[in-house]
Design a binder for this molecule. Sequence first.
Ligand code: PLP
Length: 416
Amino acid sequence: MSNQHDERTAAVASTSSTDVQSVQPFDGVFTQQEAIPEEAIESAIRVMRSGRLHRYNTLADEESEASLLEQEFADYLGVPHCLACASGGYAMQLALRAVELKPEEPVLTNAFTLSPVPGAIRAAGGQPVLVDSTRQLVIDLDALLEQIKKTGARILMLSHMRGHIVDMDQLQQITNAHQVLLIEDCAHTMGAHWNGKKCGTFGQIACFSTQTYKHINSGEGGLLTSRSPEIFASAVLHSGSYMLYSRNGTAPAEQYFENAKYQVPNCSGRMDNLRAAILRPQLLSLDANCQRWNDRYSVLAKELGKSTSIELPQRPEKEGFVASSLQFLIPGISAQGATRLLTELAELNVELKWFGNREPVGFTSHYSSWGYMESAELPATDAVLAELFDLRLPLTFSLEDCRQLGTIIAATVTRQ
Ligand SMILES: *Cc1c(COP(=O)(O)O)cnc(C)c1O
């Protein structure tokens, strides 16, 4: 045990009650992702040595790293088209522009999501319409149906927030019956599936993020996928193809660009070859890493399950989730109690987030702080968020770290 570790333990023990003395502070660092694989680093160096970092800066007969990434990710997902772009949020903007979102047009989305989702809707000129989220942290299908009828919205931006997947069979029955176009936000579901069918293959378009905290890491980056050549051609042109669109790794035939190329504005937001080079080798270990996340989740969930004060969302049999984070509820906890819990856990080096906080903190924000959209009141969602806590599970945590983490949290919650 390091000296630093001893000192932290001593400090906590001296200021807290007796039962805390047995609780050791946590050793892991919640923001620490794994290193970029050596193969990816070598590939990035090759790109830098070539000087050809722009995705369309290729020699004759050369395929850019961006283009190869597009082909490989499309193959991974089993869809014909993929576009590499600047970020996950930007991919969502492209998706909305590609389906010709009108100014102020309503776009349905989950109330429990991350700020880039309503942000992308607004940036593309739309009006986010929030739909209640359930205690299982997915979109409430009855509320969805109600909002479709009330607003007449033709687009749903479905956020598989924190990797929680709604019953996609029931969801598709609703979207099909009401001709609602489905865009999937797969920022937390790269590698996940519903009943064996990959997330991102249900909607007309799917958007993925390769930002550091997601499932593959290029710092920033996004991937948009689609089966529709029309929608896809429009997305490529919007991303800023400088009329070199045929060099996209999965470009549809020229006919799909013929009219669109005179109509679509260039909203530059491409991915460069450096990022694509870093990502390609990571794709190869994606499925294995998904399993590693889930192994960590199982250990942590088992420990948390020992506390009767903690409620874990139920996960249906068909939900093939990837647990790069964990959420739990503490029924009946007050705002004051939640704040105290966060403080006590922070003293033990555990970085817990609370979605009930009305003040946006770090990556977490409550919908009431998104003041650019029409204000919404969603008491059912508020009741869930008030009791909802969140933890990252980076792969740098060992299984033993996860067990230790679970013990610390369960002990601290029980003491409240
Ligand atoms: C991270 C995230 C995004 C957007 O990703 P960026 O690449 O950071 O723009 C979208 N939706 C959810 C739910 C996210 O967590």
